[in-house]
Write a protein that binds this ligand. Structure first.
Ligand code: 5GP
Length: 203
């Protein structure tokens, strides 16, 4: 039987580039990790595909999923719901596949509490000024939203100590390499490998 798959989680402040790092990681490693597709009530952006980028659902449907206990975690972010359906993650891990989540920090803390063996990676901006630049460059948010996001970001940075690893996102390529290093090292942990060997010995 396969060793149970691992759960990697990438989080960090708004605008730090979590999505960019995650997409670059999957481009390099398309088959090594399974991406956990979130559900959200926000509108799809141009180029986003339902069932690939997100499951785009109504507020009513999302609340139904919460009430039925289908969510591993969920959070409200900029007035919209975002959450992780848990069945697929459980099934994939059971089959020995490693799963990768990319979510905001409140959801990450729910995963920390519910899934003790999840490996949490915190993505940090090189500094707050750069975070502001990135949000402004993206140009999709108003000044008020940017100010709110920066205030939240300062609080989020203080949460870093709840994570297993921290990666500064100065260059996407470098950040991706660091995330790959973390994944590689976790896969080589002696305790994890010993479990597999013990299972073989015990038949
Ligand atoms: P966006 O609207 O830009 O796609 O995502 C907004 C924020 O929601 C990002 O910080 C993203 O990481 C986070 N997010 C995406 N999916 C989930 C999820 O399933 N749960 C939580 N808690 N946050 C999520």
């Amino acid at each position: 039987m396969n060793e149970r798959g691992m759960l990697f989680l990438l989080s960090g402040p708004s605008g730090v580039g979590k999505g960019t790092v995650r997409k670059a990681l999957f481009k390099r490693n398309p088959h090594e990790l399974l991406y956990s597709i979130s559900a959200t009530t926000r509108e799809a952006r141009r180029n986003e595909v339902d069932g690939k980028d997100y499951f785009f659902v109504s507020k009513q449907k999302f609340e139904q999923m919460i009430n039925e206990g289908q969510m591993l975690e969920y959070a409200q972010y900029v007035d919209q719901y975002y959450g992780t359906p848990k069945t697929r993650i459980d099934e994939q891990r059971q089959q020995g596949n490693d799963v990768f989540m990319e979510i905001e920090v409140n959801g990450a803390m729910q995963v920390r509490a519910k899934v003790p063996d999840a490996i949490l990676i915190f993505l940090l901006p090189p500094d707050l000024m750069q975070l502001r630049n990135r949000l402004e460059l993206r140009g999709t948010e108003s000044d008020k939203v940017i100010d709110e996001r920066l205030k939240t970001a300062r609080q989020e940075i203080l949460m870093m100590t709840n994570y297993d690893y921290a990666v500064v996102n100065d260059k996407v390529d470098k950040a991706v390499k660091k995330v790959q290093t973390i994944i590689g090292a976790e896969r080589l942990k002696a305790k994890r490998l010993a479990n597999s060997y013990i299972k073989i010995l015990e038949g």
